[in-house]
Design a protein around this ligand. Structure first.
Ligand SMILES: Nc1ncnc2c1ncn2[C@@H]1O[C@H](COP(=O)(O)OP(=O)(O)OP(=O)(O)O)[C@@H](O)[C@H]1O
Ligand SMILES: [Mg+2]
Length: 231
């Protein structure tokens, strides 16, 4: 098992008002699985992904990544988790606008502790692996949406994570470009054995490519019939 989420709860607070975003969410992902999360806007999808990615902390419950409890990690261990265990991809790419593709990847390698001398070659390799060797010196504004997302994927892969977390990676792309990005993620999953957890609004694609589709309804996991599962 690469990921085990157990009775996870997350509430946000606006003053005294509690907003329960996740309620007793439990799920398992095996090594090498491709799992999709679907659900309406506001159902807690991004909240769940951000907790797994170590970007935010849970209110209660556990997240085990290869038997290590993320919820019990120190800040330093959490930083390691973000750098080496998972790679994140977002709808809006989140590349640094003033830096070229090469520089964006090099920066991730710097955080990953790759020595300066090796960075350029490593960055070029990973950019070529997503098919963008000819766009290495382009800045994000000089890339198409699909190309920018490929660079973001290259950045997510830079430090060889075991799992990629993707939050609506095709949300800003047209349908042709979307299916190219989905193909790339599927290839990473099948050829490199990277486990993938992807949020999508595209139910058809989710059921076509995933080992498992998880539906969130109001912060809880529902089965395919829409019933809320027991905690
Ligand atoms: N920082 C925050 N402070 C307060 N409430 C928040 C915060 N972030 C999210 N929420 C609330 O938590 C709930 C879940 O939000 P989340 O972003 O996880 O939804 P989502 O399923 O990703 O939606 P979408 O499909 O629109 O991206 C929503 O009701 C949202 O308003
Ligand atoms: Mg979201």
């Amino acid at each position: 098992m690469i990921l085990r989420v157990h009775n996870l709860c997350k509430s946000y607070y606006r003053g005294k008002l509690e907003i329960p975003a996740l309620k007793n969410v439990s799920l398992d992902i095996s090594e090498g699985e491709f799992v999709s999360i679907i659900g309406k806007s506001g159902s807690g999808k991004s909240t769940l992904l951000n907790l797994i990615g170590g970007l935010d902390t849970a209110s209660s419950g556990n997240i085990f990544f290869r038997d290590q409890d993320i919820s019990a990690m120190s800040r330093k261990e959490l930083a390691r988790h973000r750098r080496f265990s998972v790679g994140m991809i977002f709808q809006s790419f989140n590349l640094i606008p003033s830096r070229t593709a090469l520089e964006n990847i090099s920066l991730a390698l710097t955080f990953g502790g790759v020595p300066r001398r090796q960075r350029k070659a490593r960055a070029e390799d990973v950019i070529r692996s997503v098919g963008l060797g000819h766009r290495i010196d382009h800045k994000p504004t000089e890339l198409s949406g699909g190309e920018a997302q490929r660079i973001a994927i290259a950045r997510a892969l830079a430090n060889n994570p075991a799992m990629v977390l993707a939050d609506e990676p095709t949300g800003n792309l047209d349908s042709v470009t979307s299916s190219e990005i989905i193909d790339l993620l599927q290839e990473l999953n099948q050829k490199k054995g990277i486990s993938i957890l992807m949020i999508t609004h595209d139910q058809e694609t989710a059921s076509r490519i995933s080992n498992k589709v998880i539906r969130l309804v109001d912060g809880s996991i529902a089965n395919e019939q829409g019933k809320t599962s027991m905690p």
